[in-house]
Design a protein around this ligand. Structure first.
Ligand SMILES: [Zn+2]
Length: 448
């Protein structure tokens, strides 16, 4: 009787292990609202963090801000046995690069790498922005506290480093502060280029830009919903010879809503729904807000997966505004307008996504699919080192999320009997011993 009970308990434990990891709940609980508040206040108190602002002062301007950010990462590193590699990555941007670069400027990013134990060259990145602006994008002297845009994203990345540096992960995590966002995404461009030159294998970029406002300009107040923006497909389809073939493949076999950034967005959605079901993640099938930009785009431009995580309801009286009161409205992106319990929730969403992806094995690189005029679907993929098994996912063609799955071990091909290929979309993810899953890969080859 006792042994049966032990067996039942053991089985229950095993199945639990594959579903959730208690460590992830600890990570959520450790994210500190107080520390976020303190860091956003500190960043806002540098007066302005405009990319072209003062770099000499230790109390005002972007120089003081980036040195403070670096000092935070250095302190965190000291507390984890030097577990972070902290450095500046910089590029000179010449006057006239665009209308917002009115003088030569060194665009300086702050990078903190927590090196992975098993896959040191695979990186999952959380970014926020260092710089700020007011109504005139070229005004680099007046106060531009940029509390929500984007001290919240920056503080979130620092806080995620504090929380996650207490753990070890198989993949590397990068906590990143980018500059030059408001002047034309220069910091992201420099960093993406640096990643390419150094042959970084980027799992994905979680670009956080404004994660602290809950009261929309339309009056809606919502502290549960947030948006995940992702582009449909990568933009490396500019070669006209390739273009025709890629368009033809897409037309006949699908994939127009299944690019790598979209799969990353679905991953964030799923991790949130699993561990923070009180939250309401809203995927938006768009690169970014209508006609507007963010720092994930330069990474997308170079073929990397990257998404934007942000509040659901923006308040335009509190972003890119001179600080003033007019017609009873307090304009300006000031500290008082930020909701820190919401900022904490979105920081936690990032932290658990980073932890999950940093714990996950690589995705299969090649996934083939077949099953034309058959009552079954065949899938085949390359063996992934470190895989315990694989999960085949499928969903209705109109569904945004991977709703159905089948877990299998010890094989690199499988036939889903009774499933007609025409009616669903399919993908494959790698699963390891601890139950952590890679991002889903959409089939990239057709089986004949
Ligand atoms: Zn902005």
């Amino acid at each position: 009787m006792k042994s049966i009970l032990t067996l039942v308990l053991l089985l229950a434990f095993c199945s639990l292990k594959a579903q959730t990891d208690l460590k992830i709940y600890d990570i959520i609980d450790t994210v500190s609202e107080e520390r976020l508040k303190h860091d956003v206040k500190t960043l806002a108190d540098f007066g302005t963090r405009h990319t072209l602002s003062d770099t000499i002062s230790n109390t005002r301007g972007i120089g003081a801000a980036r040195r403070w950010i670096k000092s935070q990462f250095d302190d965190i590193s000291k507390n984890c046995n030097n577990c972070l590699e902290v450095f500046y990555q910089k590029d000179l941007v010449k006057e006239g690069a665009n209308q917002r670069i009115v003088k030569d400027v060194m665009v300086v990013n702050v990078v903190a790498i927590q090196r992975g134990t098993k896959y040191p060259n695979r990186y999952i990145i959380m970014s926020g922005d260092i710089d700020s602006r007011i109504s005139d994008p070229n005004n680099f002297t007046d106060d531009a506290p940029g509390a929500n845009d984007n001290a919240t994203g920056m503080a979130g990345a620092i806080e995620a480093a504090r929380v996650l540096s207490k753990y070890k992960f198989e993949n590397s995590i990068i906590y990143l502060g980018l500059s030059g966002e408001e002047q034309g995404l220069f910091g992201g461009q420099g960093m993406a280029k640096y990643a390419k030159e150094n042959n970084w294998e980027i799992i994905g970029v979680l670009n956080n830009d404004m994660i602290g406002n809950i009261k929309g300009v339309d009056g809606v107040i919502d502290n549960r919903t947030f948006r995940i923006f992702s582009e449909a497909i990568t933009t490396d389809e500019t070669d006209p010879k390739k273009l025709a073939k890629q368009a033809r493949v897409r037309r006949f076999y699908g994939s127009e809503i299944d690019g790598i950034s979209r799969q990353l967005a679905r991953y964030v959605y799923k991790v949130t729904k699993t561990y923070m079901p009180e939250m309401n993640p809203k995927m938006v099938y768009r690169l970014d807000r209508f006609g507007r930009g963010g720092h994930h785009r330069p990474f997308n431009d170079l073929g990397f997966a990257g998404i934007r995580i942000m509040e659901a309801h923006e308040n335009y009286t509190q972003q890119h505004q001179d600080i003033r009161t007019k017609n009873g409205i307090a304009y300006g992106d000031t500290f008082e307008h930020v909701n820190f319990s919401y900022c904490k929730k979105l920081t936690a969403v990032n932290a658990i996504t980073l932890a999950s992806l940093a714990s996950a094995p690589p995705s299969p690189k090649e996934v083939s699919i077949g099953g034309i005029v058959e009552a079954s679907v065949k899938l085949k993929w390359n063996n992934v080192k470190g895989a315990k098994g694989y999960k085949i996912y499928w969903r209705d063609t109109t569904s945004p999320t991977w709703d159905n799955s089948r877990y299998i071990e010890d094989v690199t091909e499988f036939t889903l009997d009774g499933i007609v290929i025409d009616n669903f979309l399919f993908g494959v993810a790698t699963v390891n011993e601890d139950g952590y899953e890679s991002v889903v890969v959409f089939p990239n080859k057709i089986m004949r």
